[in-house]
Structures are given as structure tokens and as C-alpha cells.
Design a protein. Structure first.
Length: 377
């Protein structure tokens, strides 16, 4: 008998042995797959949301310059732009108008941005879908915003953003520069911050250092720093979810380890019979190896499949409120499938390999005992 044919026969016997105890094995695979699915769901979601953040931030400004006072940011004089343009390597400087508007009635924060587009005249606005739903507005309706001086500004809703852009626009109110200054009582010669476009991306750290040297009360923020902050934030939240699940994961590890390292009387009797009919110790170990491999591999692939369906077809309904953040306005968006195979490989090695190896140890002990002794026990 060839080695390949021998392995095939051992695998056939292993599968038939598993089907004889199908109730217990199905229950084990179900719990095993559920635990792997929970961990894989966290990995899939955090990796995909970080990828979405990277795509959104790819078009963000290379350098943002804010002004600080007592450690907190305040409006920056537009005159700073003239001095920043003189820095070598700076291609353009543009002032921005944006801020947060808190609606006390709804308990929600909206992002208000002034648009330079001529199509958005004074007295009109464009809304994100999250704002429109929260404010119960309809197209061509009116939205009232209370100004910092007291009176309200009534803006006509000209349009709403598409659902595809919800990740970036769900909480957005786009207004004209004139209306923005009315709402936040911001003088004409001030802006929220300044954005810089540079000629050579390699000079970003040097330009940032020159900005601080020129204006000690300024804080330059690089695009890469924002991206790293988002990645660290989602990594932290993903880690917190895994910690919360650790109790259930640990309980399963104890259960699986007890199952893998302990043989029932029926299994010991089966090994004794196999040894009596001529099986070698190495054959018994191969059989138990295949048994552990089949259970762990089926559980792993089933768990990964369930995690994929949960995240990318059902919108991560279990973890989304925790991993997205706590807010009144939740952006509704479909995650683009993105899988980090390094993390998936690490999950494979931490779940499949230990269980498969653990099944061999008690089998080796039983296979080295005299068959007659095993069958009499």
C-alpha cells in the first residue's frame, strides 16, 4: 500500500469515526466557529473601517494650520495666510470656515461648513442624510439655526447629499460663507483654520517646523498624523471589544482544551481495538491528527465565513455602535471588504494549530499502552 493511499484510508476512517459521534462534534464545531467568528468580526470591521478612513483622508489637506490659545484652538487671522505663502515649498494657502453646531432639542452635533461654490447662495443650505432624518426635514423645506447672538437664521434646504457619501456627510450642513459668519458670529478677517498645499510631500515636516517658528501659537497638523490617530482609535476600540469577549473566549478555550487533551472511555476502547487489529502507534496518531484538523479547520472556515457575512452583508450589527463610536447620528454606509491576511493567519495559528496538536498528546499515551489493558479498562 502506497503512503498516499494509506493516508487516504486513515482519513476515511477518521471521518466515519467523527460521524459516529456527530452530535457532540457538531456542538463543538458550532461553539468553536462562533468564538472564531466573533474575533474575526472585530478584525474585519476594524481593518475595513481603517481602510475607509484612509480613502476619505486621501483627499484631505496636506497641512492644516490652527491657532491655539491656552491650549485650545481659536479662530485664526486670515492675514496669517500671507506670511505662510512666503515659506519655501508652500504652493497655496486657503482659509476654511467650519464648526460644530449643537442642537439642544435633538441632542445632536452637526458639522457646519461654509462653501465657496457660487451655486449655494446666501439663505440656502445642503444637508447630509443624517441631519435630514434627525431634523425631520424634507427637500425645499426650511431649517432654523440659532446664531451665537441669539436670533435664528432660517435656511432653505436646496439639496441633500447622496447616500453613498454618508461616511463623510451624514452630519454635514453646507452653508454660504455669509451665513456661516452669521451663525457663529465670526468676523470677516478671521477663519477657522488655514489649509496648505505643498509642492513636495517630503518637505512636509520641514514646512511644519517653519510654521511653528514663524507663529509660535500655531499648530500644524499633517495628514499622516490624522490617519495615524484614526488607526490608533479603531485599534483601541477593537481591542476593547476583544477584552469584553475574553471571558467567553477563555471559557471556550478551557472547554476545547479539556476535550482535546482527554479521551473518553469509548475513544480509548476504539484505540485498543485498532492496535489489536494491527494499527501502529504512528497510524493512531495520524488518525487523531486528522480528527483534530478536521474539527478545527471546519470551525475556522465556518467562523471566518460567518464573520464575513456579518460585517459585509449585515453591516456589523453586533459591533457597529461600539466600534463606530457613541453618537446620535450614525452614518449608514456599506463597508468595502478588506481583509488583512496577516491577522487572519495569526488567528489561524492561535486557534487551529493548538487544538490540532493538543489532540495528539492523550492519543499517544493511549496508543503506547498494551491493547488488552486498554480494552479491559
Amino acid at each position: 500500500m502506497s503512503s498516499l493511499e494509506k493516508q487516504r484510508n486513515i482519513l476515511d476512517f477518521t471521518l466515519s469515526s467523527l460521524t459516529r459521534r456527530k452530535g457532540k462534534n457538531i456542538a463543538l464545531v458550532t461553539i468553536y466557529a462562533a468564538v472564531i467568528g466573533l474575533v474575526a468580526s472585530v478584525l474585519f470591521f476594524t481593518d475595513s473601517i481603517k481602510q475607509e478612513a484612509a480613502l476619505v483622508l486621501r483627499m484631505s489637506p496636506e497641512i492644516i494650520v490652527q491657532r491655539l490659545s491656552a491650549g485650545r484652538y481659536e479662530p485664526i487671522p486670515r492675514a496669517f495666510a500671507d506670511s505662510l505663502k512666503e515659506i519655501r515649498g508652500v504652493h497655496a494657502v486657503k482659509p476654511r470656515l467650519w464648526g460644530y453646531y449643537y442642537d439642544q432639542l435633538k441632542g445632536a452635533n452637526f458639522t457646519v461648513i461654509a462653501s465657496d461654490a457660487p451655486v449655494l447662495e446666501s439663505g440656502a443650505c445642503s444637508l447630509g442624510n443624517g441631519v435630514a432624518k434627525t431634523m425631520n426635514t424634507i427637500r425645499d423645506g426650511i431649517i432654523p439655526l440659532k446664531t451665537y447672538k441669539g436670533p435664528h437664521v432660517f435656511l432653505k434646504i436646496k439639496s441633500t447629499f447622496s447616500a453613498e457619501s454618508d461616511l463623510a456627510t451624514a452630519d454635514l450642513i453646507l452653508v454660504s460663507a455669509e451665513d456661516f459668519r452669521k451663525i457663529f458670529n465670526l468676523p470677516e478677517d478671521y477663519a477657522t483654520d488655514l489649509v496648505l498645499t505643498v509642492k513636495n510631500a517630503k518637505e512636509l515636516p520641514t514646512i511644519a517646523a517653519k510654521i511653528v517658528e514663524l507663529f509660535p501659537d500655531a499648530r500644524p497638523i499633517l495628514r499622516d498624523e490624522i490617519l495615524r490617530t484614526y488607526q490608533a482609535l479603531f485599534n483601541w476600540r477593537g481591542g476593547m471589544v476583544v477584552v469584553v469577549l475574553f471571558g467567553g473566549i477563555f471559557s471556550f478555550i478551557v472547554l476545547a482544551w479539556d476535550k482535546a487533551t482527554g479521551l473518553s472511555a469509548e475513544e480509548k476502547h476504539e484505540i485498543g481495538i485498532l492496535k489489536a487489529v494491527g494499527w501502529e502507534t504512528s497510524d493512531v496518531l495520524r488518525m487523531k491528527f486528522w480528527e483534530g484538523a478536521v474539527i478545527s479547520l471546519c470551525s475556522f472556515f465556518l467562523g471566518v465565513l460567518l464573520a464575513y457575512i456579518h460585517i459585509f452583508f449585515f453591516g456589523a450589527s453586533i459591533f457597529a455602535p461600539v466600534l463606530k463610536g457613541w453618537a446620535v447620528l450614525y452614518p449608514e454606509f456599506i463597508l468595502t471588504p478588506f481583509i488583512d491576511f496577516r491577522q487572519l493567519t495569526a488567528l489561524f495559528l492561535l486557534t487551529v494549530a493548538p487544538y490540532t496538536i493538543a489532540t495528539i498528546i492523550p492519543s499517544w499515551r493511549a496508543a503506547t499502552i498494551d491493547p488488552d489493558t486498554i480494552m479491559r479498562s
